[in-house]
Design a protein around this ligand. Sequence first.
Ligand code: FEO
Length: 406
Amino acid sequence: MKRELAKDVFWVGKIDWELKMIHGSEYSTDRGTSYNSYLVRGDKTALIDTVWGRFDAEFVDNLEAEFGLSSIDLVVANHGETDHSGALPELLRRRPGLPVYCTSNAAKILKGHYHEDWNFRIVKTGDSVDLGKGRRLVFVEAPMLHWPDSMFTYLEGAAILFPNDAFGQHYASEHLFNDLVDQGELWQECAKYYANILTPFSPLVAKKIDEVLAMKLPVEIIAPSHGVIWRKDPLQIVKRYAAWAADWQEDRVAVIYDTMWDGTRRLAEAMARGVAEASPSTTVVVHNVAKSDKNDVITEVFRSRAFLLGSPTVNRGILNPVAGLLEEMRGLKFKGKKAAAFGCYGWSGESNALISARLAEGGFELVDEGFKSPWEPDAAALEAAAEYGRAFARKLGPWKGEARAV
Ligand code: FEO
């Protein structure tokens, strides 16, 4: 159902309460999500983005009931990914010929997805559409934030930025605005979203923020395509993105592992104790990556200044959840983080070298050769693991940054 966020600017999207995974099974959405679509009225009426195709009929029926499809003069497709473009085929089936404003890359992506040659109007940064009544849509290309086609749309006359995926969260709420929701939940979802989706594009995030701020546009509202709308201090999320894009770290160390018969778990816990003893100010977190939510573990890596990653040796290799995490982290291109490997072994003991090699390939700075321990650790081995944790913390040195959290 429509909700007015400013005069003649309406949220017309879909709240998806039941979604537990998005991008297939790549990203957990414990708090659901929303697909935000907006309708802007001047003399002309523009629809900005749509919803996932699963909800296409419901979405178009609502538009018909609340505004009349014939009142829509144009569509803006800020991004071609199917969670925002999925209702375009149904809308354009019922309103054939409606102009679709998008980047040239978005037109290619939309053709690739839907195999339709719609009435595309290709736009570049600075192009605009006058809606009348003092309102103008101005387009700003944002390539690789997070796809090649991504674009921001700015509404002159109401000072609203529609940045699509940027500044969003997978967070279902009947409260439409940032000031109405639980702030702890909101920031947890924002950080998870940035860590798991935007980290590889941090240099581009920083550049785009500088570019948009240099335009000195007034911004009253930032209306992303997922989650709540930033109306209270909207630039707070922009400033937070700028900080996150600058290779974010906190005084935090993560100890991450998988284990077969608890030996590597016991090493992990002893090491965590050692880090905490040597650096009492540091927040130490411990995760079994096979049992914790993978996206939460990645968020911990994003937040940490350093981490320890452990697996026992099995079949001269490492356990699958640790291998999967290493592959995911390689793609995310974290920068400026230190790491080391650890694990139990029986007879061959390759896991440390394998993990260390993959960590180096992922751009992490290896603190040392890591720690390994044969068979089931006894009291002496656990003390050696704790001492390794103390030494690891000492090698990191005292935290020189500010006390902060996402
Ligand atoms: Fe929310 Fe890139 O789609």
